[in-house]
Design a binder for this molecule. Structure first.
Ligand SMILES: Cc1cc2nc3c(=O)[nH]c(=O)nc-3n(C[C@H](O)[C@H](O)[C@H](O)COP(=O)(O)OP(=O)(O)OC[C@H]3O[C@@H](n4cnc5c(N)ncnc54)[C@H](O)[C@@H]3O)c2cc1C
Length: 412
């Protein structure tokens, strides 16, 4: 019986174990934490957005780096394949929410971990918790096993599924990059991705905790649009976060990290063009004609945002609405259509949903996930240079690459 060792009991490693066990192999997973799936546990705010029920061929539009590499792994276990596997084989009830996001029906990420590990238990997969792999044993460009402090374990195939560098407390401390380097692999530049953004303007911090829905964000650099999106965001004590901001980070991150000036413009009223918004302001002002300006915006803006907009408009807060001039009204409308701030920095790995970069995909066979440089060595999950936007796509990358690596390693 061929022996397969998997390093890491995260999403990719657990799915790889399932794939290898399907082939009747002797499968052992080494996990340095005291429990499996520590990162799965915190996904989707504890609810685990485990995949996205988009049309399978639309999946690739959501992959930011190396989408072509993902063809073969994805079609070995598609999003629908993963949904069937979780519901029919692992017995996990799932549901589909807004944006095709798939969650366990219980809203508990722990149920995803439980379903997966229970299936592995039934298949005889061994999981060695609290066991850190410290290196690979490689002879003649072929992997023969792994080292754990002073012990060595031999194997016919080893799958590296150690994750990236984000949220290091979950166990993702970049060990897999070192293993890959020892096997001769190159690592593409690593950076935090799907990460909140810091801003220069002080008024942003006043809005801490304010969440905005149905807004449009546009990022520009040197007057050129680089990214635009519609959805939800939140202000924080250092800047901005939330779904549209995290996704934007994947497209503007390199420019910000390189010191480029990137401006964020928030359209608070995307459903109204400038003229219609100006008319709406006129209507509201007519209704509140004898009120002070600062008290006249309640129908238009969330309470927390009003003092900030009043300040930016430079209209005296105490001014009676009926004496606010046309020019001032237009300025107010312009600010609502273009509330702008400057992005200064990306937050770090500890707040990044994923790590961008990783093991060079050119050195991995996408039909099997096997290293092109070292026989019997396979890679799966975030440790590879593939990443996607939010919405369940990153876990799908882990399921697909893990499954293919497991199946292939089991056959080798
Ligand atoms: C807060 C947060 C929320 C997220 N929400 C979502 C979401 O809802 N949907 C989605 O699709 N994606 C989400 N993601 C991203 C997703 O969780 C990851 O892309 C995915 O979990 C990566 O899986 P992985 O198995 O490759 O790595 P990991 O989950 O990081 O697993 C790697 C495992 O390897 C172990 N390990 C590492 N080195 C060693 C070693 N030397 N020896 C033994 N074990 C080792 C680690 O302890 C860890 O358990 C989220 C991420 C974060 C941080």
């Amino acid at each position: 019986m061929s022996k397969v060792i998997i390093i890491g009991a995260g999403a990719a490693g657990l799915m790889a174990a399932y794939g290898a066990a399907l082939n009747g192999c002797d499968v052992t997973v080494f996990e340095k934490n005291e429990k499996c799936g520590k990162k799965i546990y915190i996904t989707g705010k504890g609810r685990c957005n485990l995949t996205n029920a988009c049309e399978p061929d639309e999946f690739f539009d959501s992959i930011v780096s190396n989408s072509k590499f993902m063809y073969s792994p994805f079609y070995s276990l598609t999003n629908y394949g993963a949904m069937d596997l979780f519901s029919d084989t692992f017995g996990l009830e799932i549901k589909i929410e807004r944006g095709n996001r798939v969650f366990p029906a219980s809203d508990k990420s722990s149920d995803v971990i439980r379903a997966l590990t229970a299936a592995l238990g039934r298949m005889g997969v061994k999981i060695r918790l609290g066991t850190q792999v410290t290196g690979l044993i490689i002879n003649d460009k072929k992997v023969c096993g792994v080292k754990c402090s002073d012990l060595e374990y031999n194997a016919d195939a080893v799958i590296v599924a150690t994750g990236g560098l984000s949220y290091a407390s979950t166990g993702s401390t970049g060990d897999g990059y070192e293993f890959a380097k020892c096997a001769g692999h190159s690592i593409m530049k690593l950076s935090p991705a799907l990460v909140p953004l810091e801003t220069k303007q002080r008024w942003v911090t006043q809005l801490q905790g304010l969440s905005l829905k149905n807004i449009n964000v546009t990022f520009t650099s040197g007057g050129k649009k680089i990214y635009s999106d519609f959805g939800e965001m939140i202000f924080t004590h250092y800047g901005v976060s939330g779904p549209v901001i995290l996704t934007a980070g994947s497209y503007i991150g390199d420019r910000v990290s390189a010191g480029g000036v990137v401006e964020l413009s928030i359209d608070l009223k995307p459903a109204l063009d400038f003229e219609r918004l100006a008319k709406r302001i006129d209507r509201d002002f007519e209704e509140h004609r004898n009120q002070q300006f600062k008290n006249s915006l309640r129908g238009l803006l969330p309470a927390k945002l009003i003092p900030v907009i009043v300040k930016l408009s430079e209209i005296s807060p105490e001014k009676k609405v009926n004496s606010v001039t046309r020019e001032e009204r237009n300025k107010l409308a312009r600010i609502m259509k273009n509330l702008s701030c400057t992005i200064t920095r990306l937050r770090g790995y500890n707040e990044a949903i994923i790590t961008r970069g990783g093991i060079n995909v050119k050195e991995i066979n996408p039909a099997t996930m096997e290293s092109k440089l070292c026989k019997g060595l396979y890679f799966a999950g975030e440790v590879i240079d593939v990443d996607a936007v939010t919405g369940g796509y990153n876990l799908q990358i882990a399921w697909s690459t893990g499954y293919l690596a497991g199946i292939s390693a089991g056959q080798s």
